[in-house]
Design a protein around this ligand. Structure first.
Ligand code: DGT
Ligand code: CA
Ligand code: CA
Ligand code: ZN
Length: 575
C-alpha cells in the first residue's frame, strides 16, 4: 500500500506527542527531542515513509528510539507512545492547546484544576469567570482566552489552500493506488485556487458506487459523516471535511463546471442558459423543449454553447469574467513556468534555515535565472537582522558566489524594515550599495489607517525602495490585515514605479487576489516571491501564482517573469 503518511502528517503526530508530553509535564529533553524530530521530518526533502530506521538515524538529532517511532508512524499512522498518552489525556485537549495564547502549562492547569477537557469546557469556564482565580491567570488572561475563542469561531472550519491541497493530493494518490486508472478530479474552492477552503470537493468519474465505500476506508479518515448513492462525506485527520461524488462519464464536464463554482459564477451562467430556454446543472446543459441534451461531457463545450470561451477556474468568481469571455477578451493568465526569478528569500545570516550556498544551489536546480537574497534588517532583532556593516559584508558574500551556478545570477538585496514613522531601518548609503531593496512592515501593526498608509507611502517614495513586501501583513486565519488604504498605496506605487509583492507564504498570500487585481488594473507591476526561509519553501511560489491568476495577471504584469535585464531596468533604482 502507498503510505498515506507524507512528511507533514508524520511531523504532526510527532508534534502531538511532544504537546501531550508537555501537558503531562514530562522530561524537557524528551519533549525537545520530539519537537526537533518533527522539525527535521517536516522539512526533509526525502519522503520519510520510504526510509528505514537505519537511514533515519543518519540524521543528527534522531536516535534509535525516535527512528523506530517514526517508522511505526509512517507504516501504521500512529504509535504506541501516542496511544498511551491518549489514555491519560483526551485528544480534545490538543484543540485547547492549539488556541492562540494557550500553552501546555496552562492546558495542564486548566485540566487539573477545572476539569477543562475541550474548547466547549474552556468557554464555559471562561464565561463563568472561573479562570481568573487560577495561579498566574487573572481577568486579563481570561478575556484574552474569550477573544481567542471568538476568533477561532470566525475562522471555524476553514483551512489554508496549501494545507487542503496537501491533504487532497495524498488522498487522491491513495485512491489511484487502490484503483489504478481511476479518474479523480478535485473541484470546489480548491480548484479555483481560493486562499482558504471550507471543505474539499472531489469527483470520481465513470466509477461505480463502490468507489464511495473505498473512499470511506482511507486510513486518514477520522469519521464518516455520511454515505449515499452518489456521494460520501468524511472528516479527515486535521479537521478537513472531504466530499466525494461519483459521476457518469458523459456528465464529466457538467459536474466539473457545477462543483467548481463559485456559486455566484454558476448562478450567472445558469441565468444565461435560462434566457435561451436551456437548463444548466451538474448533469448537463439541456434544452428544456424536447429535453434535448446540448452539452455536458466537457466544460469547454458548455461554455462554447453559451457563446463564450472556456473560463479558467481561478477567474470564476463573478468579477467580470463572463462578460470578458463573451467579448473574447479574457487575459492570458501567468503560469508557473513563466517565473524566471525569485527575489525574496532568507538565509542563515538572519532567520533562514539554509545557507546562502544551499539557497543558490536549490534555486539553480529549479532552473531559476536569477534570485535576490533579501535577509532582514536590524530592527528585526528576533530574526538576527543585519545592520549596515553586516548587510554590506553579506552582500559581498552573495556577489562572491555569483557565477558558481551556470545560468543563475544572484542579486544582493535586503528586506529592510519600514520603521513606525515610515523611515527606512538602514542608512541610505547602505541601501544604495545593494542591488534590490524590499521594504516591509513587521512592527507597530495596530497603527491607524492614516498612520499606516502614510508610513507605507513614505517608504514607496524613498529613492532606494524597489518593492513593498507583504503590504497588509495579514496572516490568514490568524491575524487580520493592517488598516491601510490600499488604493492610496497602489496609486503611490504607480506614481513612483515601485512594485508590490504577492508574498507566496501560504498563510500570507499578501497582496490578496482582489488587491493585486486593483494594483494591476492601475498599472502597478507585481512581483511573486516565495519569501523562502528554507530551500523547500522555494516551491511555494505556486501559491502566489494562483493569487496572481485570480488577480487576472498576465506575464507582462509580473516583474520577475521578465528576463534579468528587463527586470533590472524596471526596478525603481534604474530610473
Ligand atoms: P468552500 O467549500 O466554502 O471553500 O467553497 P466552495 O466554492 O468549494 O463551496 P461548496 O463546497 O459549498 O460547493 C462547491 C461548489 O458546488 C460551489 O462552488 C458551487 C457548487 N454549488 C454548491 N451549492 C450550490 C448552489 O446552491 N447553487 C449553485 N448554483 N451551485 C452550488
Ligand atoms: Ca468546498
Ligand atoms: Ca462541499
Ligand atoms: Zn517580511
Amino acid at each position: 500500500m502507498a503510505s498515506a503518511w507524507d512528511n507533514t502528517a508524520i511531523a504532526r503526530v510527532l508534534t502531538e506527542i511532544a504537546d501531550l508530553l508537555e501537558i503531562k509535564g514530562d522530561n524537557p529533553f524528551k519533549i525537545r527531542a520530539y519537537r526537533n524530530a518533527a522539525d527535521i521530518v517536516g522539512h526533509a526533502a526525502e519522503a520519510v515513509a520510504t526510509m528505514d530506521a537505519a537511514a533515519l538515524r543518519e540524521w543528527s538529532g534522531i536516535g534509535k528510539d525516535l527512528a523506530q517511532r517514526i517508522v511505526e508512524i509512517a507504516t501504521t499512522g500512529d504509535c504506541t507512545v501516542r496511544q498511551e498518552l491518549l489514555k491519560e489525556f483526551p485528544a480534545s485537549l490538543l484543540e485547547v492547546l492549539a488556541l492562540q495564547g494557550v500553552g501546555p502549562k496552562t492546558v495542564a492547569m486548566l485540566y487539573r484544576e477545572l476539569g477543562v477537557k475541550s474548547l466547549a469546557d474552556l468557554e464555559t469556564a471562561a464565561r463563568g469567570g472561573r479562570i481568573r482565580g487560577l495561579k498566574g491567570m487573572g481577568a486579563r488572561k481570561e478575556a484574552l482566552i474569550l477573544k481567542a475563542l471568538d476568533e477561532r469561531q470566525q475562522h471555524s472550519g476553514r483551512h489554508l489552500l496549501a494545507e487542503a491541497t496537501r491533504v487532497v493530493t495524498a488522498l487522491i494518490d491513495w485512491l489511484r493506488h487502490e484503483r489504478p486508472g481511476l479518474d479523480v478530479i478535485p473541484v470546489g474552492s480548491l480548484r479555483r485556487g481560493a486562499e482558504t477552503c471550507g471543505d474539499v470537493d472531489i469527483l470520481a468519474v465513470g466509477a461505480d458506487a463502490s468507489v464511495l465505500e473505498l473512499f470511506t476506508t482511507y486510513p486518514l479518515v477520522e469519521r464518516v459523516l455520511g454515505r449515499g448513492e452518489t456521494k460520501a462525506s468524511v472528516l479527515l485527520r486535521g479537521g478537513l471535511q472531504a466530499d466525494l461524488r461519483a459521476v457518469a462519464a458523459h456528465e464529466r464536464g457538467a459536474a466539473m463546471q457545477y462543483f467548481t463554482g463559485s456559486k455566484a459564477h454558476n448562478i450567472a451562467l445558469r441565468d444565461r442558459a435560462l434566457e435561451r430556454g436551456w437548463r444548466l446543472n451538474e448533469y448537463g446543459l439541456i434544452q428544456v423543449k424536447g429535453e434535448k441534451r446540448l452539452a455536458g461531457t466537457t466544460e469547454e463545450e458548455i461554455y462554447r454553447k453559451l457563446g463564450m470561451a472556456w473560463i479558467p477556474p481561478e477567474l470564476r468568481e463573478q468579477r467580470g469574467e463572463i462578460e470578458a469571455a463573451l467579448d473574447n477578451r479574457l487575459p492570458r493568465l501567468i503560469e508557473a513556468d513563466d517565473l524566471r526569478g525569485d527575489i525574496h528569500m532568507h538565509t542563515t545570516a538572519t532567520d533562514g534555515r539554509d545557507t546562502l550556498e544551499a539557497m543558490a544551489a536549490a534555486a539553480a536546480a529549479r532552473g531559476l535565472e536569477y534570485i535576490a537574497i533579501t535577509d532582514h534588517s536590524q530592527a528585526l532583532a528576533m530574526a538576527n537582522g543585519l545592520d549596515e556593516a553586516r548587510a554590506l559584508a553579506h552582500a559581498e558574500r552573495v556577489r562572491a558566489i555569483n557565477g558558481r551556478h551556470r545560468g543563475l545570477t544572484l542579486l544582493a538585496g535586503i528586506e529592510c524594515d519600514i520603521l513606525a514613522d515610515g523611515r527606512m531601518d538602514l542608512a541610505d548609503d547602505c541601501l544604495a550599495e545593494l542591488d534590490l531593496v524590499i521594504a516591509s512592515v513587521h512592527s507597530s501593526l495596530a497603527q491607524s489607517e492614516d498612520e499606516m498608509t502614510a508610513r507605507i507611502v513614505r517608504a514607496i517614495e524613498h529613492p532606494h525602495v524597489d518593492v513593498i513586501g507583504h503590504p497588509t501583513n495579514r496572516l490568514l486565519l490568524r491575524r487580520p490585515a493592517s488598516r491601510v488604504n490600499i488604493e492610496k498605496v497602489v496609486d503611490a506605487a504607480a506614481a513612483n514605479g515601485v512594485a508590490l509583492e504577492i508574498n507566496s507564504l501560504p498563510d500570507r498570500l499578501d497582496l490578496s487576489d482582489s488587491h493585486a487585481r486593483l494594483a494591476r488594473d492601475r498599472g502597478v507591476k507585481l512581483v511573486i516571491s516565495s519569501d523562502a526561509h528554507s530551500t523547500a519553501e522555494l516551491d511555494g511560489v505556486r501559491w502566489g501564482i494562483l493569487v496572481a491568476r485570480r488577480a487576472w495577471a498576465t506575464r507582462e504584469d509580473v516583474l520577475n517573469a521578465q528576463p534579468l535585464k528587463t527586470f533590472r531596468r524596471a526596478l525603481k533604482r534604474a530610473r
